[in-house]
Design a protein. Sequence first.
Length: 112
Amino acid sequence: MARAPAATAGMEMTHNRKFLQDLTGQPVWHNAYPFGHPGACGAREAEISRAVGFRTAVTTRPGPIFPQHRDHLHALPRIGVTHDENASTLHCKLNGFSRAINSRLGSPVAVM
């Protein structure tokens, strides 16, 4: 998205949101950037996401959500789930154990 002109990025978000709403018959309030690493989406994409009507958006930057993210609802981190997860690994990710181990007891993640 970061490589596309702002108008193109906005049009893609708008059209994809409408496609999903038409497909499901439900409103789509949340966006997931397809390539959300820092070089692929930033403050501009977060603003476009907000402007087209999404309430929140997640990047591909890993991490849990902390209270300071409330001011950055269109640039949230997420916890990835892969095809090879099992009940045990998923439980560790969801209860915070995995984050604690990976971040040496979980210091908050920086926000955009």
